[in-house]
Write a protein that binds this ligand. Sequence first.
Ligand code: GEK
Length: 244
Amino acid sequence: MSDSSRDNLFANPLGQVPGFVFDESVVDVFPDMISRSVPGYETILAYTGELADRYVQPNTHCYDLGCSLGASTLAMSQRINGRNAKIIAVDNSDAMLKKCALILASTPDTGAVELVNGDICDIEINNASLVVMNFTLQFVPLEQRANLLEKIYQGLNPGGCLIISEKLSFEPESLNALLSELHHGFKRAQGYSDLEISQKRDSIENVLVPETLDSHIQRLRACGFQSTSPWFQCFNFCSLVAIK
Ligand code: GEK
């Protein structure tokens, strides 16, 4: 890996740490950042592909909400060739979408992907057999999350699947602290220094707002998803499926 694609955004003391934004400096290092920060990221991508294979129906839509550089879109598209299913990949970061477009253009068999520059709370969802939100809901303001989930439920066809991957919080606080410490140990093992870990934590606070697993499941049930379960968890990172 070249130095310019290694995540060292928080390696030097920043004084006042700015709030995290998905700008060009993040885009340049994003694949390295997410794979060294999210335990199980590669597994979640692989099983996003597996679930796409199981759930995507011919002539329907698949949504990748908060697509970043298109990793989940690529995982899906590799498994659903020939089904005439359109993937709609949405992000509201111009920098992410520009680079995502370049990546898709240089990858074979991604012709059926439509890139949308917009807020996932504003887009329309219809005729969906699969909706993927891998590590995006955590950035949506808390008060907008129920409406977004309700819109997804309405836009899914019967039998359709929603995948939500998130960082979680835990109660009581002692358990939250334990799982955060295990996560920080994972980051240390991936080569991040204590300074990088603590500055990133300050930067992301109030930008990424995690909820408990119970809150996620209760909200999904309230929207109408009767069939929902976590299928993966490592420390404070989790992925859920919910079937309409
Ligand atoms: C992956 N899914 O590699 N509307 C649209 N996009 C948004 C919004 C919003 N309201 N809020 C945040 N984003 C990807 C990884 S990253 C996760 C997703 C992370 C976008 C934001 O611009 C960013 O690209 C993405 O959601 C979150 O599988 O960085 O931890």
